[in-house]
Design a protein around this ligand. Structure first.
Ligand SMILES: Cc1cc2nc3c(=O)[nH]c(=O)nc-3n(C[C@H](O)[C@H](O)[C@H](O)COP(=O)(O)O)c2cc1C
Length: 162
């Protein structure tokens, strides 16, 4: 016997999670998507994991590119998280009004004002049920201003934490 998906979603919503944006160079543009499944999986070696739904474009994009980036969102970046989670937004130009700079190493971009950034190079990817678990070697890790807080996803909505 297994728990129903709807029941699982309701219970999982009680697990507070930090919100981040994955960016990856894809088809001559940069694709970006909001995620809450980023985890440091190992410290030595430095490995970061993220789980991406198999039907998402970000999963397809990350499979096509050896490198990608993560911007850990700040407490005031809720609208950005919403935009980069909205279905059907165009890939080309989706970051047009989002201040960002090229990643230090890799194909993605670093979003301005974020709490932290990682650049990663994929070392493993596993199909885990309906998600692709992508494991990246951390090439670069950097922090934003010390006063910047965190964006947290809890009970179906995001809220800023300082
Ligand atoms: C707070 C929040 C967290 C999310 N976390 C994830 C995640 O960890 N993995 C995932 O595949 N989608 C996640 N999503 C949904 C994606 O952001 C959304 O499906 C997005 O449009 C990515 O799909 P695309 O690349 O097809 O546009 C999250 C959405 C929100 C609002």
């Amino acid at each position: 016997m297994s728990v129903e998906p709807q029941a699982l979603r309701a219970v999982a919503a009680r697990l507070a999670a930090g919100v981040a944006v994955v960016t990856v160079g894809w088809r001559g543009s940069v694709h970006a998507a909001t995620v809450s499944t980023v985890q440091v999986l190992s410290q030595e070696p430095a490995l970061l994991g993220v789980a991406l739904h198999v039907d998402s474009r970000i999963a397809e994009a990350i499979e096509d590119s050896p490198t990608w980036s993560v911007s850990v969102l700040a407490d005031d970046q809720g609208p950005l998280a919403e935009w980069l989670a909205s279905p059907g937004r165009p890939v080309v130009g989706q970051l047009e009004r989002v201040p960002s700079r090229p990643a230090r190493e890799g194909s993605g971009r670093w979003l301005d004002g974020a709490a932290a950034w990682f650049d990663c190079s994929t070392v493993q990817s596993h199909l885990v049920g309906d998600h692709l678990l992508v494991v990246g070697q951390v090439l670069v890790a950097d922090q934003g201003e010390p006063t910047v807080g965190a964006l947290v996803h809890l009970r179906g909505r995001t809220r800023g934490l300082r």
